[in-house]
Design a protein around this ligand. Structure first.
Ligand code: PBG
Length: 332
């Protein structure tokens, strides 16, 4: 028989650190985190990204050093994003399929230098196209050509897998790409290369600083690159979950929701709808806003950082991509 409500004292479980630790439901540790890393050609000093304090573009010659440090901190994986020389960009994203391109070279070096670190590579054309879209444009230039893009993504996947990527991560939101990528990987003998699908990726304004970091916004000559014909409408949860479940049906190994913090309901909804592990990407704008407020003295950076990651895990994410990964793992 239950006690009368007046006699319940929930605060007993909050009285001191010992009891609070015993009943704590969610913890975020290094093994939950994947660190996104920007890579550029060459050596020299890492270049800071202005709108992402503490984040740099790593010259290829320095990348392995950073990845070894992340491995020593217990971070199991990194997600690689290339900053492409604008001279190599064209309307077809040709550089994406160069076997000697920045990404395949970076993957080969990392897997040789730090074999235990999982390497996730991004499959999308925006780092390589002049217009900054994630795919090839239709002949009239008015839309992204779904099926032509999917063919290129599948070839990119085989290239990355051949270089040693553990997972390929299609972030383009084309229809049918996961099936095409799985089929191409298997046909090329890469049955154990996994697919982390950006399964529910929204057309979000929170990607702004990332586009500065990789130069995909300026490449298009416009800041407000409109990806709404392929990325999800931020208003739609049901559509997001249905789209994510298609990626599962097509053979994705992990499903990602992106952005993370503003879409916790989507993470929780997807958690209830699938048995696959769920990843969530705390994107550049989520990172930048905490830094900006902290700089103004309006928020405590470490505490809001930790709380933001906890909320993402509590909502149901097993894996979190975050620009805070290194400092959180370092206990800073
Ligand atoms: C594009 C891609 C984007 C991000 C990761 N992959 C940006 C976009 O869709 O324009 C954003 C990540 C971030 O904001 O941190 N393929």
């Amino acid at each position: 028989m239950s006690l009368p409500p007046a006699l319940r004292r929930p605060r007993r479980l909050r009285r001191n650190p010992g009891i609070r630790a015993l009943v704590e439901e969610t913890r975020v540790g290094p093994s939950d985190l994947i660190a996104p890393l920007f890579v550029t050609e060459g050596g020299g000093a890492p270049e800071p990204v202005d709108s992402m304090p503490g984040v740099v573009r790593w010259p290829l010659d320095r990348l392995a050093e950073e990845v070894r440090a992340l491995a020593d901190l217990g971070i199991p994986g990194i997600a690689l994003f290339p900053v492409t020389d604008p001279a190599l960009k064209d309307d077809h994203g040709t550089a994406a399929l160069d076997p000697e391109g920045l990404v395949p070279r970076a993957v080969r070096r990392l897997k040789a230098a730090v074999p235990g670190m999982l390497v996730f590579t991004d499959l999308a054309l925006d780092p390589f196209t002049r217009h900054g879209h994630d795919g090839l444009l239709t002949a009239d230039g008015q839309d992204v050509d779904n099926d032509a893009t999917v063919e290129v993504l599948a070839r990119m996947a085989v290239l990355h897998a051949g270089a040693g990527a553990d997972f390929v991560a299609p972030s383009d939101m084309m229809d049918g790409r996961v099936r095409a990528i799985r089929t191409a990987l298997d046909a090329a003998g890469h049955a154990s290369t996994g697919i982390l699908a950006y399964a529910a990726k929204f057309a979000s304004a929170f990607y702004g600083p990332f586009r500065d970091a990789v130069g995909s916004a300026s490449a298009a000559g416009t800041r407000a690159l409109d990806k709404r014909t392929y990325q999800l409408n931020p208003a739609n949860r049901r559509e997001a979950i249905a789209d994510a479940l298609l990626d599962e049906a097509e053979g994705a190994d992990l499903l990602m929701v992106k952005p993370a913090g503003p879409y916790l309901d989507v993470i929780a909804g997807l958690r209830a709808a699938t048995r696959l592990p769920i990843a969530a990407y705390q994107v550049s704008g989520e990172y930048a806003q905490l830094h900006a407020a902290a700089r103004l003295g309006w928020l405590d950076l470490e505490r809001t950082r930790d709380e933001s990651l906890l909320a993402i895990k509590r909502a149901g994410a097993d894996v979190i991509l975050s620009y805070f990964a290194r400092e959180v793992a370092a206990g800073g």
